[in-house]
Design a binder for this molecule. Structure first.
Ligand SMILES: [Ca+2]
Ligand SMILES: [Ca+2]
Length: 340
């Protein structure tokens, strides 16, 4: 009897093991078939399937035919933490043969729609000679920095017209003939005040900047176009009506300095700027703009002259230090159109 029971238990256990094995094999088949299916899906997806062959090799991405040249844009991809563009190469190839001009950078964009604000097409002619030009916007990548522009005249032979570094301000530009000489001016912003004082990027001023084509250089000519800065002051005042923010305050201060109205600039700074880094920012603006620091009338160091007020002796007969006329509070400029 004992033997019979033992045998029955053994059979029962065996059945259990077989059942478990069947489940395990079914599960294995299910997982395996899922994996196979996923592999098929991945292989059918062009983007993923192409990845192993794309990495590290140049691939033609864009092409445009001009009267004398064909312009090819090639990209090379790499795989770091993420799959990304490693480098872009532009090739300017003469239609009738001859030397090919190559430009390489992390990112290069030749399409004016992507970087000229309001571009609606037509002949792209920066230097106003009636011949088509090619503008390449180059970018090093990164969160904010750095953009530059290289411009070629697509004449025969190919001529490099100009290169302009715009740092953070080059993501897009305006291209307008502001003075009617047929040459286009570049209107963008000035990135030299970013992170001013203790301010983060988002609270930094980016005042306008105007560049004029002079020979083979773009020269910064802000003072020649005051209207741009007057308009920007109005814009910053409108921004301030929405609430206080250091960026519009600093930007209108810088605009006034560019317009040559330093009294008004520093007056606005004293009145509007509310941050703890006031002294530091004042000095930094003055240094970067190449202008003199404002005279603060309440500052004790400015009210007495070393010559007339010796610190060792304050006899009643010592004449009082004359007030430096430059130390008086900034007086409003009657010519300023923005005085209220
Ligand atoms: Ca041209
Ligand atoms: Ca012009």
């Amino acid at each position: 009897m004992k033997k019979y029971i033992k045998r029955k238990n053994f059979l029962h256990d065996l059945k259990k093991i077989i059942k478990l094995l069947s489940f395990a094999s079914l599960f294995f088949l299910f997982v395996n078939s899922g994996y196979a299916q996923e592999s098929t899906t991945l292989e059918n997806n062009n983007e993923v399937k192409a990845e192993p062959v794309k990495l590290g090799t140049w691939e033609l991405k864009r092409q445009k035919q001009f009267p004398h040249y064909r312009v090819d844009v090639l990209e090379r991809w790499t795989l770091g933490k993420l799959r990304r563009i490693d480098s872009t190469r532009v090739r300017i190839i003469p239609n009738e043969g001859g030397s090919v001009t190559e430009i390489e950078s992390t990112w290069i964009t030749p399409d004016p729609k992507e970087f000229i604000q309001g571009w609606t097409g037509g002949l792209l002619d920066v230097n106003g000679d009636g011949l088509e030009d090619l503008i390449l916007r180059r970018s090093t990548g990164g969160t904010h920095c750095c953009y530059s522009y290289t411009i070629f005249s697509l004449e025969k032979p190919l001529k490099k017209l100009v290169h302009l570094d715009l740092e953070d301000c080059g993501e897009s530009i305006q291209l307008k003939d502001l003075n009617g000489d047929q040459k286009k001016e570049v209107i963008t912003c000035d990135a030299k005040f970013k992170y001013i004082g203790d301010q983060p990027y988002s609270k930094s001023p980016f005042p306008p900047a105007v560049y004029e084509l002079q020979g083979n250089q773009f020269k910064k000519v802000d003072k020649k176009y005051p209207k741009i800065f007057q308009d920007d002051i109005l814009k910053q005042r409108t921004n301030l009506q929405q609430g206080y923010d250091p960026a519009p305050v600093l930007q209108l201060v810088i605009d006034y300095l560019i317009l040559g109205n330093s009294n008004k600039a520093w007056q606005e700074f004293e009145m509007l700027y509310q941050e703890d880094d006031k002294e530091e920012v004042r000095l930094e603006i003055a240094t970067k703009m190449g202008v003199s620091m404002p005279n603060i009338s309440n500052s004790p160091s400015n009210t007495n002259s070393d010559w007339n007020a010796p610190t060792t002796q304050n006899s009643p007969g010592t004449p009082e230090a004359p007030q430096d006329s430059n130390n008086s509070p900034a007086s409003p400029d009657p010519k300023d159109p923005f005085l209220e």
